[in-house]
Structure formats: structure tokens, C-alpha cells
Design a protein around this ligand. Sequence first.
Ligand SMILES: [Zn+2]
Ligand SMILES: [Zn+2]
Length: 225
Amino acid sequence: MRKKFCPKCGKETEKFYENLCKDCFLEKFSSLEKIPKNFLFKKCKFCGKIFYKKVGKESLESLVETILSKILEKEKIDSINYRIFNDKLKMEVETKIEDLKKVEELTSNLIIKQFVCNVCNLKEKGYYQAIIQLRCKNEILQKIEEDIKKEVETLNKFDALAFISKIEKEKNGLNFYIGSKKSAMEIGKILKRKYKAELKISRRLVGFEKGKRVYRDTILIKISD
Ligand SMILES: [Zn+2]
Ligand SMILES: [Zn+2]
């Protein structure tokens, strides 16, 4: 049998890919330029949430996972094994080309800058969509205040505007300024179920935003016993 050689490297080879040996053929492909050398993150100095472009996550680990899976999908890379090490992201990138597999290594820099996220910015400025007026006996006031704070924390996992921007002391209770109307309403419902509270909702036009009416809700929560 006649021996065949790769025209590029001169190595003896049996199977050719576009007239080249496997190694010379694979050299033409690289997935590395599809992955940024520097990942620029922004971390909120108040809530600790970390952002890459428009995507925000609770931790660097889950954010990196989300970014890489998006890159995989978009760039048709088969898999990325990775490890976060100090401020570096070490990756092993695997790409399938015809019946071959190419594995490449890459280390990118993770650059984290501090900032204040939109939600925390609003909170700092005292933003609110609704006021919860809690009215109850003094003896249970503190307990229910804790309840409300806990519920806000839970709701915040699904609703970024679920935060308390201010608590005001009133003669017969407390006023909570809540960033999200929807979550304020949810808290009202929870207290109604839990304490048989009486709810009274009123709505006030406070202005216009981009041509739409903006209302602010006041939810009066009365607990009798
Ligand atoms: Zn070759
Ligand atoms: Zn924040």
C-alpha cells in the first residue's frame, strides 16, 4: 500500500480532513476567541448582588455558570470545564469538529468593580409604591413588625422591589414604605390569613410617568386582638 503523508506537516497519515492530517486540520479551529479574556463584573456594595451586562445573580459562582452556559449555546461549544481560582477563571474548552474533538485551555480574568445597583439606588432614595399602615395593640406590634420584615425578605427573592425603604412610628402602630405594590399587597393577604386582620386599600394618584398615571397604594392592616 502506498503511504500517504500530510502536505502541511509531512506526517504519515491514513485519514485526511480537507486534505490535511487530523492535527493540522484541527489547528484551523479554535473556540478560544469566542470566550472573553476579561470578564468585567459589577458588584453592588449594598445588597452584594453581582452583575455581568444585564444579568444579575446572588453569587459569582452562579453568575459564571449562567454566562458560560450562554456562551456554550451561542457558540456551539460542546463543553466547558471550569474552576474559579482567585480572580481567574480556568477553563478547558471542548469542541467537536466532524468526528474529532478539540480540547483547549484558557484562563480569563475576573474583574469585579463595586457599584450601587438600580434597586439599592431606589431604596437609598426612599422609593416606594405602597405604604402599609399597621395598626394593632402595642403588645404584639414588635412581633408583627418582625413578621413583615421576614415576609419582605422572602418576597425579595422573586420581586427585586420588595424592600422597605422607611419605617415610621405612628400613634397606634407603624407605617412601612414598601418598594413594590404587588409585594405590599401580598403581605396584606398573609397578615389577613395569619391574624384575621382587616384590610383597607386606598389608591392615590401621585403623578405621571411616561404618560401613564402613577398610583400609590395605602394598605391599612388592622389587627384587633
Ligand atoms: Zn499535518
Ligand atoms: Zn444592590
